[in-house]
Design a protein around this ligand. Sequence first.
Ligand SMILES: [Zn+2]
Length: 135
Amino acid sequence: MTATGPELTEPGEILRRNVPRAMFDGEKMSKTAFAPSDHDGMTSTLRGHVSVADAASRWEGNSPLIGTWPLPVHLANEIGLPCYDDGQQPCACGCEAMYPEDHASVDHRVLPSRSAQLRAARKIRDAVEAAGPLT
Ligand SMILES: [Zn+2]
């Protein structure tokens, strides 16, 4: 269970989390909008130096993008989740995939269960939802 890049150590860095329409129940952001993927156990983001427009332009999901939300490194760290700079590094699950350029992962694998991961993801959602998307 290793990460594939160095841990991010600048607490003020604001990672970019692209959130698609499928992550909204009407007007309310889904409690899983910041959940880790089943694939690698991480929440996929882009580094803080990526502009909001650039982050949006890199969206490749099937559901249309609604916006790009802030995910501060310190917020993840405060609930026990390390963040890794793994752009252009191999997928942490060990498969053949590579993360895209400027990718960063919030690592939920340190938590003991899926339910603990979903609680952490809800805390992040609750903390950033009111701020709205980055502009
Ligand atoms: Zn993988």
